[in-house]
Write a protein that binds this ligand. Structure first.
Ligand code: PMP
Length: 354
């Protein structure tokens, strides 16, 4: 018997690179290029030593209430975690215990597989159709639960609310998780279905539209029974999930809706302009409703472009995976960053054509 025989063997999720150098154009992990609301920085400036000396509120009361008010739910409908990764992991632990295979799309967010393996949950990846769309009827088969992002990542494509509702209805004894990490940039939210169905969880994050990836705040909304199960699991694992600083900054962000809406509108506008520029350069892309574009060039491989961009200090995401390895996932940055991206691609592509 070796010591290693008792070690847990897992294949971890590989997040996008986080270069230390601030001198790069970072379009690889779908962060927001703009700062959070000034009221977040004001809240941060008011933090005193109590936020550090004392344990934070285990119930995260202020932030839960602010989120509940914002979406017009009760606080009993809201669960908060350290990024939506934390919330989703808690959901996997809490709801996917039937012993049956859970279903999620292939292609989709790579962390689903990792959590399923970590928590020893059986799963089946359900292929997208030839246009990269989720096929609702493929989720109307025997299963142990369902999770998918809407908009999907990295495709950026959305599923209609009526398709989502059909999936929820057909799976009434299983939990359906709709991961709405990117919903503020497009698509129809499933929040309107929460009071209608008791098997739906909608997850959200502060990392993208609220410019707070570094603060690690995520949440989900669901019926009271589901949220109380999540709280039991959380309190069986780590009672203090969110720092007082994060709670205060999260509340400040929620309370500044004008700033939030302006930033989201700006990113959507830049996305549409970037799509036009990419088309002129010979790219085709899926019709993204997100803060990223999933694009491929008609002559040059995804890997080559990824490497060329990186050498020029422009980081985008390339997935070495079947079906999608010709694509680049490009996060929408500022107008200036996107101009630099387009101008580099323009000269690289014309250089190749000679
Ligand atoms: N869901 C999807 C589809 C994502 O792309 C991400 C970001 N990597 C997350 C959830 C998690 O984001 P966070 O933990 O920052 O809230």
């Amino acid at each position: 018997m070796m010591i290693e025989d008792n070690f847990r063997k897992v294949v971890p999720y590989v997040p996008g690179e986080q270069p230390k150098d601030n001198d790069v154009i970072k379009l690889n992990t779908n962060e927001n290029p703009y700062p959070p609301s000034p009221s977040v920085l004001d809240a941060l400036a008011k933090v005193d030593n109590n936020s550090f000396r004392k344990y934070p509120d285990p119930d995260v009361t202020d932030l839960v209430q602010a989120i509940a008010d914002y979406h017009h739910f009760k606080k009993e409908n809201v669960f908060v975690g350290v990024g939506s990764d934390d919330v989703l992991a808690m959901c996997f632990l809490s709801f996917f215990n039937s012993g049956k295979e859970i279903l999620f799309p292939d292609v989709s967010y790579a962390f689903y597989k990792v959590w399923a393996d970590l928590f020893q949950i059986k799963y089946r990846e359900v292929p997208l159709d030839e246009n990269f769309n989720i096929v609702p009827k493929d989720y109307m088969v025997d299963n142990g639960g369902i999770v998918f992002p809407n908009p999907n990542a990295p495709t950026g494509l959305t599923l209609s609310l009526s398709d989502i509702e059909d999936i929820i209805i057909e799976n009434k004894h299983k939990v359906v998780i709709v991961d709405e990490a990117y919903i503020d940039f497009g698509g129809e939210t499933a929040l309107s279905l929460i009071n209608k169905y008791d098997n739906l969880i909608v997850t959200r994050t502060f990392s993208k539209s609220r410019s707070m990836a570094g603060m690690r705040i995520g949440y989900c909304i669901g019926n009271e029974q589901l949220i109380s199960v999540l709280n039991s699991v959380k309190f069986s694992y780590n009672s203090y999930t969110m720092s007082d600083v994060a709670i205060k900054c999260g509340v400040a962000s929620i309370n500044d809706d004008t700033y939030f809406k302006n930033i989201v509108a700006k990113i959507i506008d830049t996305r549409e302009k970037t799509k036009e520029s990419l088309t002129k350069l010979g790219f085709s892309f899926l019709d993204s409703s997100s803060n990223f574009i999933f694009a491929k060039h008609n002559e040059i491989s995804g890997e080559e472009l990824f490497n060329a961009l990186k050498e020029n200090k422009i980081f985008v995401r390339h997935f070495n995976a079947p079906r999608i390895n010709e694509y680049l996932r490009i996060t929408i940055g500022t107008e200036r960053e996107m101009k630099e991206l387009i101008s580099f691609l323009d000269s690289y592509i014309s250089g190749k054509r000679g």
